[in-house]
Design a protein around this ligand. Structure first.
Ligand SMILES: *Cc1c(COP(=O)(O)O)cnc(C)c1O
Length: 228
């Protein structure tokens, strides 16, 4: 049991390397975010002991409790879930990245709450396939939000995060990720500091990397099934 997270992390790094070899035009490394939502603290601790330092959470209260209990200043915590504006202060106080920004009000509140600390790293969550049940914005709104983040004193625009429709076929996954990568290239042309294309999860990270992802968010493939 105790070696399983270590071996999963190692296996994933091998699969990431294999997927990176398939692409010619994207030299970026791929940063692996271990998504620890609804996973117990001891599993996070285990991944930390393996040297892992990037963790993602979806729920503010659960995330803040874990951040405080673990109390490791060298972990980068990524907020990935839906953002309620009344939780912006907690997010800005405890997290290092917010990947699920999707409206102006949240940008304003995060910016205000981050005053006095180093800038918060921000990705815009995009939703390019019209899925109404999911958060995220279309490409037009993405550029509006990007401008607002750019102007915010305590936020740094890092890129986009996407959670496209679930597909089981590789070619279909790839087609969706290619579309997101095209928007990412437009955004990074306009804002040179943009360096993060966050897409790919346990079921589709190979295709995401082939399409140019440089940040994947993997939960179950590292930690196993989540507590319900
Ligand atoms: C839960 C979640 C993940 C990880 O999903 P897995 O299928 O467990 O790898 C990645 N990104 C977001 C935004 C999530 O909510």
């Amino acid at each position: 049991m105790t070696t399983s997270i270590a071996s999963q992390l190692e296996l994933l790094q091998q699969e990431i390397a294999k997927s990176r070899e398939k692409r010619v035009n994207f030299p970026d490394n791929v940063r692996l975010i271990a998504v620890s939502k609804r996973q117990p603290l001891d599993k996070i601790e285990e991944a930390y002991q393996c040297g892992h330092r990037d963790f993602g959470e979806n729920f503010v209260q659960e995330g803040v409790e874990k951040i405080q209990k673990l109390d490791k200043s060298d972990i980068q915590w990524h907020m990935l879930g839906a953002i309620q504006s009344r939780k912006c202060k907690d997010i800005a106080t405890h997290f290092d990245w917010v990947q699920s920004v999707d409206r102006l009000k949240v940008i304003k509140k995060l910016d205000q709450a981050r005053e006095g600390s180093p800038p918060l790293n921000v990705c815009i969550q995009v939703n390019l396939f019209g899925e109404e049940q999911k958060a995220g914005v279309d490409s037009t709104s993405c550029f509006e939000l990007a401008e607002a983040i750019q102007e915010a004193e305590h936020l740094t625009l890092r890129g986009i995060m996407a959670l496209p429709p679930k597909q089981t076929e590789y070619e279909k996954q790839l087609a969706q990720f290619d579309k997101i990568a095209a928007l990412y290239r437009q955004l990074s042309d306009k804002y040179p500091q943009v360096d993060t294309l966050s897409m790919g999860m346990s079921g589709d990270f190979e295709a995401a990397i082939a399409a140019g992802s440089n940040m994947i968010r993997v939960g179950t493939a590292i930690f196993g099934p989540r507590d319900s």
